[in-house]
Design a protein around this ligand. Sequence first.
Ligand SMILES: NC(=O)c1ccc[n+]([C@@H]2O[C@H](COP(=O)([O-])OP(=O)(O)OC[C@H]3O[C@@H](n4cnc5c(N)ncnc54)[C@H](O)[C@@H]3O)[C@@H](O)[C@H]2O)c1
Length: 357
Amino acid sequence: MNAEHVPRRVVVTGGCGFIGANLVRHLLASDPGLHICNIDLLTYAGNRQSTQDLESGGRYEFVRADIADETAMEQVFSDWRPDTVIHLAAESHVDRSIDGPKVFVHTNVQGTLVLLEAARAVWKGRTDVRFHHVSTDEVFGSLADGGRFSETTPYDPSSPYSASKAASDHLVRAWGRTYGLPYTISNCSNNYGPYQVPEKLIPLVLLRALRGEPLPVYGTGANVRDWLYVEDHCEAIDRIVRFATSGTTWLVGGSNERTNLDMVRAVCAGLDRLQPKSDGTYDQLITFVADRPGHDFRYAIDASRLERDLGWRAKHSLETGLERTIRWYLDHRAWTDAIVSGDYRQERLGLIGGTDV
Ligand SMILES: NC(=O)c1ccc[n+]([C@@H]2O[C@H](COP(=O)([O-])OP(=O)(O)OC[C@H]3O[C@@H](n4cnc5c(N)ncnc54)[C@H](O)[C@@H]3O)[C@@H](O)[C@H]2O)c1
């Protein structure tokens, strides 16, 4: 397969967040000719430590800035002259969007608009460039028991988070159609793996379990999510940026549907194996709490087009991915301690609290 696009100077936004940090590492390791400028505001979700070791290598630069700050973005883009933008910076937590939706519109909608305009200004109609927007399957709303999301599923977002991501997807497509900006979009299912801020399901359960604290699960824990190991998502983004035709959208998922309760139990079982408790098993800590408002019942992805057209395959099963994830958190307690000592302390966030991504 011939590359459509060869990224050389890449602006990554949100590279101090969970997926961004994994992606920056993946891109630098897989292509020695590639340079990255990471723009990140370092909100509660960003951690400079996740990529700090790369700062001395000469191929990675960190810029602390708000993607919604027009002047700052114009400056970075005109100084740095990227040929590729991979946009991940976002407010990403559904519970936080219920508590305070405004910042979600600021970052996810306004921030995307500012980046599109900054790219348009420096690219001036160039076609040998690419703007890749990283989005979520949550833009499609909730599925009943059958069926899966595909590239043609209509948008039907439920939360302020998913509505703001849907808006940003529409902006990117409109900049492609109206101004000819070369773009691709990916909508991915739930990720898990290293460097994830411990308010999301897997690291939250891990850290609470290790401290012997209750593991709160929303409702009956029957909500279904489709899980993907983050490294597989990074590989998908890399392939889409290089090989996909401009103007296309791709669904990314691992075909690993599990109920939230099953996921929590799987993390507990992994901990039982890798760090056994002296008394009993970790799943004894599970407690059920009132459900989240507007809680989508099920998400599931049909990634067959990505597999067929771009030759992507998830390399990790849920078992191998979870094992790697649990080991990583057990081996990186200094990283999690640094995050937990910030403004987020695994407190209840939504209107009615509990555990979900
Ligand atoms: N985590 C998932 O399961 C998942 C699934 C599908 C899609 N996504 C999408 O992938 C992207 C990354 O998700 P994540 O889980 O890594 O998020 P994250 O919350 O871990 O990281 C977000 C990063 O963006 C930065 N940021 C926030 N506001 C900013 C601003 N105004 N200016 C500059 N930087 C800012 C934060 O400091 C942080 O480093 C998001 O766009 C999200 O919607 C995530």
